[in-house]
Ligand binder design. Structure first.
Ligand code: ATP
Ligand code: MG
Length: 309
C-alpha cells in the first residue's frame, strides 16, 4: 500500500561500539507501507534495526517509532512490532509449535493453538514439521518459523533483517508474496533489510539507502532512480510512428525500439520523461494506452551513490 504516512523517524542518530561508529548522525523516515533498507555490508542496517527495537541506546540523537522514543519507551514499541533477526536463534530441542508458543507467551500474544497453527500455515511451514524438533529443520524452514515468530500478535510494523538470504529463488518469491499480501490485507508495515535489490524493487514503496552509518538517499523508486540511473519504460500508444519520431529528438532518450505494438524507451531522466511524454503524444495527435516502468536500476543507484560517498 503506497503511502507517505511517517510512522518512524531517526534524527541524527549516532551509535558507537568502542572505536567503531556504526551510525553516524543517521536521519531517516520509516513510512507506513513496505520500506527497503539497503546499503553495503557494515553500513549499519542491523544496528539501525536493533536501535529501533530499543535493544541498544544511541550515543546521540533520537529515534522514534509511533511517536515513542525507541530507547525510553521500548516496551510500548515492542508490543506494536515484530522482528526477524539476521541471525536466527531458536531453542533447537523444541518443536516449531512449542517455540512459537513460548515466544507468544513472552510477547503477550495469543497462545491459542488454533491461531498458532494458522500462523504456521500462513508462512507455509508443513504441518508435519509443526511437532518436529527445530534442530532438524532446513534453513528455509527456520526462516519460515522466524517469520511466523515475527508476525505473532499482529504487529503494526515488522522488521525483517535479510529475510530471504537463506532461501532458494522459489521460496524467496513466496516470502515476498506473503509480505505484499500482509501489507495489502492487514495493512502491516515492513522494514526489510536485504542485499537482493531486484526483489525489494518489486515490493517496496520506500527505500532507505545508507552507507557508513549515514543516509545517502531516501524515497520511492522513482525518486531513487531519478537522474542517476537509466530507466526503461514500455509505452503503448496509437499510432506509434509519429511518437517514435518525436521521442528520437529528446535529449534524455538513451534507447528507443518498437516491439509488437508497443514502444520500449530507455531514459536517463525519469522526471523529465514523464513531464514531456504527454506533450509529445499530444503533439503527435496520438493516444496513450499504457505506460509501464520496466527496469529501474536500483542496483545502479546503489553502486553510484556508494561510490560517490
Ligand atoms: N555489537 C557490536 N560491537 C562492535 N561493533 C559492532 C557491533 N555491532 C555492529 N558493529 C559494527 O558496526 C558496523 C555496522 O554493522 P551492522 O551489522 O549494523 O551493518 P549491516 O549494514 O547490518 O551489515 P550487513 O549487510 O553485513 O549485515 C560494522 O562495522 C560492525 O562491525
Ligand atoms: Mg546486517
Amino acid at each position: 500500500m503506497s503511502s507517505t504516512e511517517v510512522i518512524g523517524e531517526f534524527k541524527s542518530v549516532t551509535k558507537r561500539f568502542g572505536a567503531t561508529t556504526a551510525l553516524d548522525g543517521l536521519s531517516l523516515e520509516i513510512h507506513r507501507g513496505i520500506n527497503g533498507l539497503i546499503g553495503p555490508n557494515g553500513a549499519g542496517k542491523t544496528t539501525a534495526i536493533r536501535l529501533s527495537l530499543g535493544l541498544i541506546k544511541p550515543n546521540a540523537g533520537k529515534a522514534e517509532l509511533f511517536g515513542f522514543d525507541c530507547w525510553n519507551n521500548s516496551y510500548a514499541i515492542r508490543r506494536k512490532v515484530g522482528v526477524l533477526y539476521e541471525k536466527l536463534a531458536f531453542y533447537d530441542h523444541l518443536s516449531g509449535l512449542e517455540q512459537l508458543k513460548l515466544m507468544a507467551k513472552l510477547k503477550g500474544a495469543s497462545e491459542s493453538l488454533v491461531e498458532l497453527k494458522e500462523l504456521l500455515k500462513l508462512v507455509e511451514l508443513d504441518e508435519a514439521a509443526h511437532d518436529r524438533r527445530i534442530g532438524g529443520y532446513s534453513a528455509g524452514m527456520r526462516q519460515r518459523l522466524g517469520l511466523a515468530q515475527a508476525l505473532l500478535g499482529n504487529p503494526e510494523l515488522v522488521f525483517l533483517d535479510e529475510p530471504t538470504s537463506n532461501l532458494d529463488p522459489l521460496n524467496r518469491a513466496k516470502i515476498l508474496e506473503l509480505i505484499a499480501f500482509l501489507n495489502k490485507e492487514k495493512n502491516t508495515s515492513f522494514l526489510i533489510s536485504s542485499h537482493i535489490l531486484s526483489e525489494l524493487e518489486r515490493v517496496c514503496d520506500n527505500f532507505i539507502l545508507m552507507n557508513k552509518g549515514k543516509l545517502l538517499r531516501q524515497g520511492g523508486l522513482e525518486q531513487m532512480t531519478d537522474k542517476t540511473a537509466t530507466t526503461k519504460f514500455i509505452v503503448k500508444v496509437q499510432p506509434i510512428g509519429s511518437v517514435v519520431a518525436l521521442l528520437k529528438d529528446e535529449p534524455y532518450v538513451e534507447d528507443l525500439s518498437t516491439v509488437d505494438d508497443s514502444l520500449q524507451v530507455t531514459v536517463s531522466d525519469v522526471g523529465l520523461f514523464k513531464q514531456r511524454l504527454p506533450l509529445l503524444i499530444g503533439q503527435a495527435g496520438a493516444s496513450l494506452d499504457e505506460v509501464k516502468m520496466v527496469k529501474s536500476d536500483l542496483e545502479a543507484v546503489f553502486k553510484l551513490a556508494v561510490e560517490e560517498a
